[in-house]
Design a protein around this ligand. Sequence first.
Ligand code: GLN
Length: 194
Amino acid sequence: MNSRIGILALQGAFASHANCVTELGHSAREVRTPADLSGLDGLIMPGGESSTMSQLLESSGLFEPIRDAIADGLATFGTCAGMILLAHEIVDGRSDQCCFDSIEITVRRNAFGRQIDSFEADIDTVIGDFHGIFIRAPRIESVSEKVEVLGTYGGEPVLVRQGNVLASSFHPELTGDARLHEYFINSVVTTKET
Ligand code: GLN
């Protein structure tokens, strides 16, 4: 079944996500205005700079409609900065930075592991080993009991889900491995059928 997946395209690595979606045989639509949200089956929020995206979400009028759509069950996948946007609480965010509070995690920006810059590592996930690219990645500092940990690196959560919201601290769209996108889109189909 073909799913229509929106890719938040205000800033950041949205083009690589769109490629993963189309490679899997689904439709990708760049989302820049509230009208772009209509008729979507799922939404991906890319990596980039979460404080800039937060500002652009406000100025484009997208913040409230996206928050409401997620609360209404829109399947959503946030990667890196996208995960920060979805979090309940941001540590070390800019003072005016907002988040959707769509998954009960606390994240610390630019704080993963001992390295604050980029590194690559194989991580254990629910779909098997996955090569993770971490770029000034957020660390998940706490998760509530409602959050499922679907992937870990060094014993720490790096891939998490709560209901219709999936989030990773790494960039699955930059590896040429679309398995996590496939996993996400399969969850979209499940949500649509139930
Ligand atoms: N450090 C960035 C932020 O705070 C996230 C980095 C990324 O998305 N690769 O938004």
